[in-house]
Design a protein around this ligand. Sequence first.
Ligand code: GLN
Length: 514
Amino acid sequence: MKRETVIVLDFGGQYNQLIARRVRECNVYCEIYSYKTDIEKIKEIQPKGIIFTGGPNSVYLEDSPTYTKEIFELGIPVLGICYGAQLMMHLLGGQVGTAPVREYGKIEVTVEQSSKMFENVSEKTICWMSHNDYIAKEAPGFEIIAHTSDCPVAAVQNPGKNLYAVQFHPEVLHTQEGKKMLSNFVYNVCECSGDWKMDSFVEESIKAIQEKVGDGKVLCALSGGVDSSVAAVMLSKAVGNQLTCVFVDHGLLRKNEGDEVEAVFGPAGPYNLNFIRVNAQERFYEKLKGVEEPEEKRKIIGEEFIRVFEEEAKKIGTVDFLVQGTIYPDVVESGVGGESTVIKSHHNVGGLPDYVDFKEIIEPLRDLFKDEVRKAGLELGIPDYLVFRQPFPGPGLGIRIIGEVTAEKVEMVQEADAIWREEIANAGLDKEIGQYFAALTNMRSVGVMGDERTYDYAVALRAVTTTDFMTAESAEIPWDVIGKVTSRIVNEVKHVNRVMYDCTGKPPATIEFE
Ligand code: GLN
């Protein structure tokens, strides 16, 4: 049975992944394609609906992204958002120009509730706008179904042809009833049935893996992070004993983390993963001796990781498949899916394929957004605390220690970080804060302890609130919590005599320090 799909045609907007996520939240599978995708390819996909995204250009200028008009003749419903709305009007004979008043931010929109798009939406509803251009005149055959005080055409429809267009952004949370509107589009207009559910995804994936793998051997690098854990457990449910998981402890994990990972995934835990733990701490510290530059540290850690993994793999002998925990945003960001500029090409464990002898890669999470990976993890029975783990970078504490990494510094940052995390949890703040950790600055300064002069390190505490980790704000932590953590750290962690709180958002800072 073919899965119902809605596709997002990407014209370079900022929120394109959000559109796909919102559609999937409505239980409809959704994928992102560049506007350069050939119409034949789209016909092949046979989507239930198509959504044109926003974009930075002006539709009436030459060289702006466009699409063939034929797309509106396929009998497939189309929803245009912002640039996409303007483009639909422009292509179908309407007029788009510079708006006399541009709108930016939350704006009250008056909608025509009788439209399929606005069923159960309030007549006056707050929507998020971000445009310099506007639809001056709707295309023939269309009727206006929403306006604002400054924007005469905030939404239009041609219900006979199932074409809809909105000037605002229903995908962002600032649009209060945006989710309802997108749901109206996929259910009322596209007539989807809602077959994208994580329980069936997990079941189907397990079957597909079994068919692909047959009686082959599978190797997986398990880090204990959400993605690799979910991938590993899925594989073990599918092929059981044919799977071997290698966990490299590079000595840059959080306090007790190696043992925690082993407790869950090792022989004493509930899974059958043929778990191999490699304690490679000393090797990594040796390689990192004297190295201060962040990119160089990352490179060394990545390469050493591959070496260790490769040695372990050799012991196992030839494997047929290698598992990678690639997820959908990695696929989009590496330029395969969408139009937005290539940010980085991803490899979960940094280029493994070149070094390990295997026939094929399996990426069971390739189609999933992060929140879907978590849902799949819960479906697979992985405990909450693993599924809702904070992001943790591959190079681990190596990039939370500014400057040279030593075993002694690792211990300092592990202890400080454990105290910070414990107190955040005690204060009941752990659910609100997206990510929080301690870092060891490379700064030493003078202090006084027990009447004696000290010359010791400063720890930086970091806590940010964020919805997507693309932007973040420094979290407001109650002063008594910071006070308690500070006094515990300087008392309990040797060679730390100062604690600082990082007040910087992203941008201009990043969440991690290096
Ligand atoms: N560039 C177009 C405008 O300014 C569309 C903007 C958008 O899609 N957010 O109106």
